[in-house]
Design a protein around this ligand. Sequence first.
Ligand code: ADP
Length: 319
Amino acid sequence: MKRIGVLTSGGDAPGMNAAIRSVTRAAIYNNLDVIGFRRGYEGLLEGDGIPLTVSSVGGIIHRGGTILRTARCDRFTTPEGVREGFQRLKAYDIDALVVIGGDGSFRGAYELHKLGFPVVGIPGTIDNDMAGTDCTIGFDTACNTALQCIQKLRDTASSHERLFIVEVMGRAAGFLALEAAVAAGAECVLVPEQPFDIEQLCKKLHYAKERGKTHSLIIVAEGVMPASELAHKLKDTASYDARIIVLGHIQRGGSPSSFDAVLASRLGGGAIEALLRGEYGTMVGRTSGKIVTNPIQVAWEEKKGLDADMMTLVDILGI
Ligand code: ADP
């Protein structure tokens, strides 16, 4: 193996730059050249590759987003698109590709692997909805960003004795909502993985009020319903007057936390080690503190469930 490619794809996540830096420097340490493709699979198909060097990945470990930029590429979801990508990689004399992204990006990498091209995936998404790793790159930072926003809201909620609904990211997964809810001491959390009953929610808020609570916080993952719709339902069901806040893309930005910068650095190094060991078609992850590899399809074939004890904890602590 002489030369590897690296790209970031799908939704950006804080820590992706730290992963690019780590992949590049670990590869160069092992006498491998590195080509970075801009804008994910889109840039691969367009031949938008640039050499990455020790110095070109300097000064980026602390930066949010991704210097390689990211994109979604419909063409790559077709067999012709994947074959074209394969040819591009060959034309660049690239022996293996490191893909940093979510499970969609891993599916693309898996298609290349099925054609016989060596790939390794590094899980990067704020959603944390990938099996094969306890945490994805960006999740911890997004939780901290959400927490900081919610803590500011809590000040107003308590001063003005208000009910706030905070909508956080998570179309199909409630990891971010749940983590933020526990950390912020929210009274209720609504996640896509669990059905919810508006009557029950109103009862809970009512009991809390009866016990003397003057303000409450509800965290809702965007996949459950928009915060505005939930506010309407609360109004219609029990005349609750809730203020809403949608955190939106702010959750994807910012410098990575120390946890994410370390995770990204370890996974970047782990990806190169996996390639050198010939473990192709795999993903690297961190499980119980150790860097591990798994077949890349584990990321979406296995379901990473929400911690049921954490869900119960929100109810216990939110009384
Ligand atoms: P994420 O990686 O964050 O989950 P997406 O699901 O949008 O983001 O996927 C990112 C890109 O990965 C897509 O735009 C597409 O180019 C590629 N991709 C997703 N699914 C497949 C697939 N089944 N086959 C090939 N490429 C795919």
